[in-house]
Design a protein around this ligand. Structure first.
Ligand code: 25A
Ligand code: L14
Length: 339
């Protein structure tokens, strides 16, 4: 029998943590011992792994003895504080938060795009999972970039509330229920009502007028594609539960026709082409939810420039945008690097 690995899920009670557990189960990850960690608030709660009960423990600096792989999704502050302890105890951390992504000694990995970067994990014992919006963007653009060399990316996102976690999912449910009864909607997670609305703010505003989410897409895309490509982003929250959508415009060095783009995307890893205007087939969050692929459609030439293309890209933000990507990294790690 092949080797089994001891895995800790940090933030096991959250939206992403729960999906990480499900991905480990679905993908038959060779788990030996499993450990669920969260805040003191959730300690003692009983969750399951492969049908057996697992008690949630409080995350402490001593949580990682004997752990081989630690999947983190409990917010950036916890990752900053606890990834170094986990790494010291010998665990490789795969971190979903933004804490380590731009650290030059931490690889930022999307398995379909830059799997070889994983080798850099030895420097700090940490591998960063990119922002959800960045992951689906680079999965769709990598084959086009390899063929035609992208010079500039203009992206606008339409992001689901699940990205913010469980409380935001509950907030949208609650607001819809209240409004249908003619009652006022409570806003606690977001600064304005999200039900039947769009919020052009994700994360806080920075000095340059962009939001944190927008600048993550700029910086992380460049780090993953290893270029100084021009990237500009507008990130918008929409009243969707699961699945981020993106309107993407690219300018390339070499000409790329719609047919060529379709051909490249048809055989691209992790991509499903859904692009048949005649039958009104295009990617939508209701179809992407629960899936691990990145869906691409609405491919058109940008007729306002010489070499330009428009596309529409949709993926499940909690799966490919977070949990699935992290478990895929763990799969490569045990196959190629850990002994
Ligand atoms: O800082 P970042 O990187 O920007 O990330 C911020 C948040 O974004 C989500 C994730 O939320 C994270 O907290 N996130 C991160 N990466 C993401 C990605 N790639 C991402 N979302 C999408 N894509 P989440 O809801 O998914 O998960 C939160 C988890 O973190 C645990 N946690 C919080 N503080 C902790 C901690 N774990 C250890 N130590 C700490 N100090 C959290 O566990 C959850 O698992 P919990 O025990 O705090 O919460 C369990 C339940 O309690 C509810 N709850 C939360 N806060 C309160 C609360 N109840 C009462 N009072 C509160 N103040 C939660 O709803 C949960 O059900
Ligand atoms: O940086 O609120 O991965 O939708 C992902 C979810 C940032 C917030 C990250 C959201 C987070 C984002």
């Amino acid at each position: 029998m092949s080797k089994l690995w001891n895995v800790a899920v940090v933030g096991a009670t959250g939206a992403v943590g729960a999906q990480m557990i499900e991905c480990l189960e679905e993908r038959s990850f060779p788990v030996g011992k499993i450990k669920y960690l969260a805040s003191a608030r959730s300690a003692g709660e009983i969750l399951e792994f492969r049908g057996k009960p697992v008690v949630v423990e409080e995350l402490t600096h001593d949580s990682f003895e004997g752990i081989d792989i630690a999947l983190f999704s409990a917010g950036g502050d916890r990752s900053r504080e606890f990834c170094p302890s986990a790494a010291r105890a010998g665990a490789v951390c795969i971190d979903n938060s933004s804490a380590w992504r731009m650290d030059p000694d931490v690889p930022l990995v999307v398995p379909e795009v830059n799997p070889l970067a994983i080798a850099g994990y030895t420097k700090k014992g940490i591998i960063a999972n990119p922002n959800c919006s960045t992951i689906q963007l680079v999965v769709a653009l990598k084959p086009l970039h390899d063929y035609a060399a992208i010079k500039r990316i203009v992206v606008s996102t339409y992001q689901a509330v699940s990205g913010t976690g469980k409380k935001a999912i509950e907030e949208l449910h609650g607001q819809i229920r209240s409004m249908l009864q003619g009652l006022p909607a409570d806003c606690t997670v977001y600064p304005h009502r999200i039900a039947f609305n769009c919020l052009p703010q994700i994360d806080s505003f920075l000095e340059n007028g962009y939001t944190g989410e927008e600048m993550k897409m700029v910086n992380e895309t460049r780090k993953i594609l290893e270029t100084e490509i021009g990237v500009t982003a507008t990130a918008v929250r929409v009243p969707v539960f699961y699945g981020h959508s993106e309107s993407v415009n690219i300018e390339t060095v070499k000409k790329i026709t719609v047919d060529k783009a379709r051909e490249l995307l048809k055989s691209a890893p992790g991509v499903e082409l859904v692009d048949d205007p005649a039958t009104r087939a295009y990617p939508m969050p209701i179809d992407a939810a629960g899936q691990d692929l990145t869906f691409v459609g609405r491919i058109r030439e940008d007729e306002s420039i010489v070499n330009g293309l428009n596309l529409w890209v949709v993926a499940d933000n909690i799966r490919k945008g977070a949990a699935t990507n992290a478990v895929q990294i763990a799969e490569i790690l045990i196959e190629k690097y850990l002994k």
